[in-house]
Design a protein around this ligand. Structure first.
Ligand SMILES: NC(=O)c1ccc[n+]([C@@H]2O[C@H](COP(=O)([O-])OP(=O)(O)OC[C@H]3O[C@@H](n4cnc5c(N)ncnc54)[C@H](OP(=O)(O)O)[C@@H]3O)[C@@H](O)[C@H]2O)c1
Length: 367
């Protein structure tokens, strides 16, 4: 706004005030009639303030602003009139709704996921198995995926023992193969998934770059990345068509921090985290919730370290020596918590570690 237009605008505002507040204008007039020396803060050379009915002299912004600031120093008369007026004005709604007291005192704010169809990969063991069990308790219909049929049958049996009316479908398959996706499509299982837990994955070996095996690297990239990517790619369009859903991927602290001996495992989990971020950006407008679980050291209930050290039991058990690591069920409980949040809440990242772990390689083995 130019100086001249700003001046004209201020002038209109001031005139309006003076026209509507007679007591205010008489106070202004009073100040105007004081000798210049008694008008505290008067800039030198400032003309007197225009009285009611006249327009202020056009002597520049500084002078006019001073007049307005003088006017603002008359809160008693103006304020009282305004308060009297506001008492008679209709009350408007608050801009942001207040929460009811009862809702603030409730500990359990979680919603039911009973009846939802949940597909879980890697549930013959560990985090996936614990998650499948909790999903069964929550009343979900289950599609259980892993390569070992006997383990899946055992899991199905345990679920049905506790939830005889549960619907459980077992898919024996390898998430790295085309055959697995063909099986899902043939049975139309991908079309009805409300909750997808892309959990199947593994670390193989802990060798430094230069000494590691290409085969180990391929297995990790294939299962941890392509296995999750392809499954999500297949299920997402149907989920969107059905009005929404929730996709959870088991990432890792290794997807946030790299460490020696973990190059490709860390790379695979970093890639998975990046993929899930893109997924989040692509689906937040589609009622699809996206969560990454990023645990630190998880031992009890898993075969993770046995797989990593290729069956070397002493190396596997040394991983958890003198430290109270996370259990598979600790992770599953976090997944269930995220799934059971109200529909408008998306838990983007669940990063959890044992209390005695400060980072990927910071472990306090205190007993
Ligand atoms: N344990 C930890 O410290 C830890 C920490 C952070 C993240 N994670 C991640 O958590 C996830 C679960 O691991 P976990 O600790 O529970 O280990 P786990 O007990 O060894 O479980 C791994 C599961 O993945 C399945 N799986 C592996 N490759 C598969 C494939 N190609 N196709 C289908 N299923 C496959 C395994 O079943 P089958 O062998 O029967 O196929 C098994 O059910 C993994 O993604 C892992 O990277 C683990």
């Amino acid at each position: 706004m130019s100086d001249t237009r700003a001046l004209a605008f201020c002038s209109r505002v001031l005139t309006e005030i003076l026209d509507n507040q007679p007591s205010f204008s008489s106070r202004v007039a009073e100040i105007s009639n004081l000798p210049r020396t008694q008008r505290v803060g008067t800039p030198p050379g400032t003309p007197t303030v225009a009285t009611h009915g006249s327009s202020p002299e056009k002597t520049g912004m500084a002078s006019l602003l001073w007049r307005l600031s003088r006017a603002a120093m008359l809160p008693a008369a103006v304020g009282a009139t305004m308060m009297a007026n506001s008492a008679t004005m209709p009350k408007s709604e608050p801009a942001v709704k207040a929460q009811a007291w009862d809702s603030l005192f409730r500990l359990d704010q979680e919603k039911s996921i009973a009846g939802k169809v949940a597909l879980v990969t890697g549930c013959s063991s560990g985090i996936g198995k614990a998650t499948a069990c909790m999903l069964a308790t929550a009343g979900c219909e289950l599609v259980l995926v892993a390569r070992r049929e006997d383990k899946l049958s055992e899991l199905k049996g345990e679920i049905l023992k506790r939830q005889p009316s549960a619907k459980v479908t077992v898919v024996v398959g390898d998430v790295c193969t085309d055959a697995f996706y063909e099986t899902l499509k043939a049975q139309q299982l991908h079309t009805k998934v409300d909750i997808l837990i892309a959990n199947a994955g593994l670390a193989v070996g802990k060798d430094n770059i230069g000494a590691a095996s290409d085969g180990d690297w391929e297995q990790m990239m294939s299962a941890n990345c392509m296995g999750a990517f392809r499954l999500i790619n297949l299920c997402l369009p149907e989920m969107v068509k059905n009005g929404g859903g929730h996709i959870v991927a088991t990432g890792s602290i290794a997807g946030m921090e790299s460490y020696e001996g973990g190059s490709v495992y860390c790379a695979s989990k970093h890639a998975l985290h990046a993929f899930m971020k893109s997924l989040r950006f692509e689906t937040y407008s589609k009622n699809v919730r996206v969560t990454v679980l990023a645990p630190g050291l998880v031992g009890e209930g898993t075969e993770f370290s046995e797989v990593r050290f290729k069956g070397d039991a002493s190396k596997a058990s040394a991983t958890y020596q003198n430290i109270r690591e996370l259990k598979a069920s600790d992770c599953a409980a976090q997944i269930l918590w995220a799934l059971r949040q109200p529909d408008h809440v998306n838990v983007d990242l669940l990063q959890l570690m044992p209390t005695a772990q400060g980072g990927a390689t910071r472990l306090h083995r205190g007993g």
